[in-house]
Design a protein around this ligand. Structure first.
Ligand code: AMP
Ligand code: MG
Length: 317
């Protein structure tokens, strides 16, 4: 059931989470599948309903910095950074406190924990009302495109699997959060996403370490398939081959243009929605994608597209 923002509906969602059920919540990045992060029984349902082949660690969502300090250590030199970008589309990987009562499944047995304070008012309302940290990966079946509307979520899961979907409109950002690891010697980018590396570097006044993977635009074979539409995907397409439909960017003619004006923010918000729409188009064999600049949000868009184009093995996400 999709619940609109009414206090009684919020109460329903809160009780469901407290009973150990899954509730989908809107965030500014994508819709998340939320479970009580203190409960192994609740968290295991996430892996079960997503059909995730592996227990990879999940992002823990809380409504305030104060809530994080009970289970993670935020180095004091990054407090100003956290305050500047939270609530917002960045996830920080921090040292997990020994006494943390988080489910071990949430952190997949690691000594670190990934945390985020989302910006979306419905997510913040739920987090504050439920009074528990919520583990929440994207609310899609493993390997499929992340959901950016409530109907994407409702269509993917039964009501036995996901008790409620909180309505929050179309996600403003539309790609997952940036993941920055602060548990290492140097701040390290683990996933490009909704907050650009350039913005973080400008704030920190230094370079963020980036694993090679993100700069090799032509090495999709090395990447795990993830965020995949059903149709195959061809990147950096300058022209159309037989049986292809174009997912465009900039001034190209197509029914599916991420942003005619070449605006990366608009493109990110349209990405998953258009991949889904293209999947529905009859009689096409492949999705061809225009080149997208590797800067700002373009890094996150290209990262998702490279995964969508990668061979379909070992799906996760
Ligand atoms: P998703 O489940 O789609 O929201 O993606 C969560 C991402 O966060 C995955 O790429 C995880 O590998 C990453 N992640 C979560 N916790 C940690 C952690 N403790 N250390 C490193 N990466 C993490
Ligand atoms: Mg995911």
């Amino acid at each position: 059931m999709i619940l609109d923002s009414h206090p009684q509906n919020l109460e329903k969602a809160v009780r469901a989470v407290q009973r150990g059920q899954l509730v989908a919540m809107p965030t500014e990045t994508v819709y998340g599948l939320a479970a009580n992060a203190l409960s192994d029984e609740a968290v295991v349902k996430i892996f079960e309903v997503k059909g995730r082949p592996r227990f990879n660690p999940l992002i823990v969502h809380v409504p305030s910095l104060q809530d994080i300090l009970s289970f993670a250590e935020l180095p004091s030199c990054y407090e100003h950074f956290a305050k500047a970008f939270w609530p917002g589309p960045v996830t920080l990987v921090l040292k997990r406190r020994k006494e943390a009562s988080l489910s071990l499944l949430v952190t997949a047995g690691l000594e670190t924990v990934a945390v985020r304070i989302p910006h979306h008012p419905e997510a913040l309302n739920l987090l504050k009302a439920v009074g528990l940290p919520l583990a929440a990966p994207s609310a899609n079946k493993s390997g499929k495109v992340s959901p950016t509307t409530s109907t994407h979520v409702r269509d993917a899961f039964t009501e036995q699997e996901v008790a409620y979907v909180l309505e929050g409109g179309a996600c403003e950002i539309g790609v997952e959060s940036t993941i920055l690891d602060l548990s290492l010697k140097e701040p390290t980018l683990l996933r490009p996403g909704g907050l650009s590396v350039e913005e973080m570097e400008a704030f920190l006044g230094k370079k963020i370490k980036q694993p090679q993977m993100f700069s090799h635009i032509n090495a999709p074979g090395q990447l795990e398939s993830h965020y995949a539409p059903s149709l195959p995907v061809r990147l950096n397409a300058l022209n159309l081959q037989e049986g292809e439909m174009l997912l465009g960017f900039g001034s190209v003619e197509t029914d599916f243009n991420l942003s005619k004006s070449g605006n990366l923010r608009e493109a990110a918000a349209n990405l998953f929605k258009m991949l889904r729409q293209l999947d529905e188009v009859k009689n096409i064999k492949r999705i061809a994608v225009s080149p997208i600049p590797e800067e700002g949000l373009g890094r996150a868009i290209n990262d998702r597209l490279r995964r969508a184009a990668a061979p379909r093995e070992g799906l996760s996400g």
